[in-house]
Design a protein around this ligand. Structure first.
Ligand code: CP3
Length: 339
């Protein structure tokens, strides 16, 4: 099936008004139909591992809001599980803190076996998605996955940073293994039907420039290079959440991604002038919870700043569970009214 449409045209470098729209975490707890399917699955991890149900929740936000892209329902931590490290979800991810890469499984055949349900779900979604809608795969970036592994699932980078400072060689082995596994998974997702993939570096904030270069930019460039070795035309979006302006400029030049997703702290006027790449973002998820004037003002500012550049409308981070569904309908209406 030949997939075209607004999302892929913009990701390929075209400027469109109105822009395409999708939302990070668009399948999730703010939707009653998601909560029902999750209850049927039993748990979040069972939902991820059951292709029929994962495909169903992937399609739910497309049916309801007619977004321009679907993102496969899974989690960034499937890579950690494929490496043989246990993950539990109990109000957020819980992991046994890792101190050496030596205990991880480095056999790519085992990785691919672990990823099989994701690939099956992608095939099911593609068969039920109009050709004008793009299907996205994704993975966590090596640095962000390392922060979960080193920190036991805490939402902070302290343990990963300490490991990187004290034992750069050992930490480098972990990052290399993660890069190989992430690249394998992104390649597998594209082969299974994803039209593009996004790399989530959710914990890229606050790194000194030399650490940002060594543990965010270089591993991401390595992942991009490996994926394009297998699939030269692979389309890749990077999301270095919380990176500084100088960090973003460097990331845009050095990683080889086709587009950068920006968090809500970044000025799109600045980004449209400085970053020579396709942009995605960056409405504050709380402005969507608030609705009303905050939502209208936020959307208008974003659309105004990005009129003359290739741009994909998204949030600055994942949609929050208390988001009213009516506000999402209004967001789509506001964006589609742009001319
Ligand atoms: O975007 C989508 O709709 C696709 C699915 C998706 C999920 N997680 C589903 C999910 C995607 C793309 C992710 C990525 C992800 N997972 C990231 C990167 C994006 C980001 O938010 O920075 C991260 C850091 C994770 C790790 C993770 N998974 C955390 C921290 C949590 C708990 C936080 C929370 O929201 O409860 C999860 C669980 C998770 N992943 C849920 C969903 C829908 C909630 C599970 C549930 O209780 O149903």
């Amino acid at each position: 099936m030949k997939v075209t449409g607004l999302f892929l045209e913009v990701l390929g470098g075209e400027t469109k008004n109105p822009p395409p729209i999708w939302m990070m975490r668009q399948a999730g707890r703010y939707l009653p139909e998601y909560r029902a399917t999750r209850a049927e699955a039993g748990s979040f991890l069972d939902l991820c591992a059951t292709p029929r149900l994962a495909a169903e929740v992937t399609l739910q936000p497309i049916r309801r809001f007619d977004f321009d892209a679907a993102i496969i329902f899974s989690d960034i931590l499937v890579v950690v599980m494929a490496l043989g490290h246990g993950v539990r979800f109990d109000e957020g991810p819980k992991l046994e803190p890792l101190t050496t890469a030596d205990t991880l499984d480095s056999n790519p055949q085992n990785w691919t076996k672990a990823f099989a349900p994701v690939y099956e779900a992608l095939g099911l979604v593609r068969g039920n998605l109009e050709p004008s809608k793009a299907l996205l795969g994704f993975a966590g970036a090596p640095w962000t996955l390392a922060t979960y592994l080193a920190g036991g699932g805490n939402d902070e980078q302290k343990n990963a940073k300490l490991w990187a400072y004290r034992d750069p060689q050992g930490f480098g082995r972990l990052i290399d293994l993660l890069s190989a596994c992430v690249a394998t998974h992104l390649t597998g997702q594209i082969k299974a039907g994803a039209d593009a993939v996004q790399i989530f570096d959710s914990w890229a904030a606050g790194l000194p420039p030399d650490l940002f270069e060594r543990w965010v930019v270089q591993p991401t460039a390595d992942v991009v290079r490996r994926v394009r070795e297998a699939i030269p035309s692979a389309r890749i979006i990077g999301f270095p959440r919380g990176a500084s302006q100088s960090g973003l400029e460097h990331y845009a030049q050095a990683t080889g991604v086709n587009a950068i997703s920006l968090d809500g702290s970044v000025s799109l006027d600045w980004a449209a002038g400085k970053l020579e790449t396709v942009l995605q973002g960056n409405l504050d998820p709380l402005a969507l919870v608030a609705g009303g004037e905050a939502l209208r003002r936020g959307v208008a500012g974003i659309l105004q700043a990005t009129r003359t550049v290739p741009f994909i409308f998204n949030l600055g981070h994942g949609i929050l569970p208390p988001t009213p569904i009516e506000h999402v309908h209004e967001l789509v209406k506001l964006v589609r009214a742009a001319a």
